[in-house]
Design a protein around this ligand. Structure first.
Ligand SMILES: Cc1cc2nc3c(=O)[nH]c(=O)nc-3n(C[C@H](O)[C@H](O)[C@H](O)COP(=O)(O)OP(=O)(O)OC[C@H]3O[C@@H](n4cnc5c(N)ncnc54)[C@H](O)[C@@H]3O)c2cc1C
Length: 389
């Protein structure tokens, strides 16, 4: 008889009935709508019907679920975290779809746009009828977005945007793009309808990671938007960073979902696969791998719960999110790679979820602040010295 890592560590006891119910309903949606197809989506490089999938995620109340009003579910941060864990247990691309919609695009509008723009976009986005994307990264400016070249200039009451954004999740699907651009007043955010003349989205192909997720280049060539599209108050990197902190929080949980799936798969495989006349799970070296993976998974979930409870209490700080993002993604990718070795040659096949998760986590390791950026954030707090430049 085997014991599940959650049971071994008593993890379910950390959550209320309502929290567990939300996790179960997300798990059920994944099992019905995504799991049977996701390996094929990964292979073909896109989901069959991403717009239909977004509407199903909206029907379950998962889009902008921790936001209040405008058709959003208004759940706790811990409930949102558990949803991210279940989504990413299925595929990091699925969790990315929800993170970008809810924590980046919707959060940016919810937090920073005018009331008129909130009313215009948020209810449709919560329902999954309007897809949003978040354009911060550029071809030449990733970790250092302050140096971005995309520019917005005033023309009467309007703004005109020119520039390029790169690696933008959901870019080719989006009806609204949150674009961050240099202005004479510093960096400002804009909610840009993607059917505006001069706006183009080109899907990026040949990715070997997050293949079940759409990633795009955005080209803005004299894109004219009314003054109301500009976020009225926020200036500088404070705007985009506030959104990134939200999305990073979801990743803290999500990464442990990918890790859980890899452990479950390796655990099952270790009991079924026989070599030298016995299950490979009977060898001490395999047991050590499973034990080490489980210990890191349990620590990662405990960290996520700790950060989630702080977020619900309103006390979570960005550098604390960095601790979680740095640790949990780094450990999750390590867990997936170790699980891969337990599966031997089968570990490199899409017949099993492990290599898909390991490859996906390569993107998760880089986006929303690379390992190096989060290390420098913590280093800065620990020493008082800024080592970014
Ligand atoms: C699948 C995918 C989806 C994405 N979705 C989005 C999205 O929706 N919206 C969006 O805006 N962006 C998105 N991104 C972009 C992502 O946020 C960037 O790739 C990330 O910020 C890193 O930027 P970069 O790739 O330009 O790498 P660079 O910034 O060029 O970094 C390259 C390497 O140098 C290191 N480095 C840089 N500066 C320093 C330093 N000071 N000290 C030490 N090391 C340093 C980095 O850590 C990294 O290892 C996505 C990326 C991927 C892969």
């Amino acid at each position: 008889m085997t014991t599940h890592p959650d049971e071994l560590a008593g993890l379910t006891g950390l959550f209320s009935d309502q929290e567990l119910q939300i996790a179960a309903s997300v798990r059920a949606l994944c099992a019905a709508e995504v799991e049977p197809h996701v390996a094929r989506w990964f292979e073909q490089g896109e989901p069959d019907d991403p717009r239909g999938l977004m509407r199903k995620l909206g029907d379950l109340g998962l889009l902008g679920m921790h936001l209040q009003g405008y058709g959003c579910a208004g759940t706790s941060a811990t409930e949102y975290g558990l949803a991210c864990l279940e989504l990413e247990a299925c595929d990091s691309g699925l969790r990315s779809m929800v993170s970008v919609q809810g924590s980046l695009a919707m959060y940016a509008i919810w937090r920073w746009a005018s009331e008129e723009e909130k009313q215009r976009w948020l209810p449709g986005m919560a329902a999954g009828e309007i897809i949003g994307c978040f354009g911060l990264t550029e071809p030449d400016h990733g970790s250092d977005p302050a140096a971005m070249r995309t520019r917005a200039r005033r023309d009467g009451d309007d703004w005109i945007l020119d520039g390029r954004k790169m690696w933008i999740t959901n870019g080719s699907l989006a009806g609204v793009a949150v674009i961050w651009a240099q202005t004479d007043e510093g960096i400002r955010g804009f909610a840009v309808p993607t059917d505006t003349a001069g706006f183009t989205a080109n899907t990026i192909h040949h990715k070997l990671s997050l293949r079940a997720s759409v990633t795009s280049e955005l080209v803005l060539d004299g894109v004219r938007v009314p003054g109301s599209a500009a976020f009225p108050e926020v200036r500088g990197l404070r705007g985009p960073l506030s959104c990134l902190s939200e999305a990073r929080y979801g990743i803290v949980w999500g990464a442990m979902g990918a890790a859980r799936t890899a452990i479950e798969c390796a655990q099952r495989y270790a009991t079924e696969r026989e070599q030298f006349g016995r299950p490979i799970g009977g060898f001490q070296l395999t047991q050590q791998k499973l034990a080490d993976m489980t210990v890191e998974y349990v620590k990662g979930v405990l960290l996520a719960v700790h950060l989630g409870r702080m977020k619900d209490a309103g006390s979570l700080r960005p550098e604390q999110v960095s601790i979680g993002k740095l640790n949990n993604v780094r450990e999750a990718i390590d867990i997936c790679r170790t699980a891969r070795t337990i599966l031997g040659a089968n570990g490199i096949s899409l017949e099993y979820p492990v290599i898909r998760h390991a490859n996906n986590l390569e993107s998760v390791l880089t986006y929303e602040g690379t390992v190096e950026m989060h290390t420098l954030i913590l280093g800065q707090k620990l020493t008082g010295q800024d080592a970014f430049r």
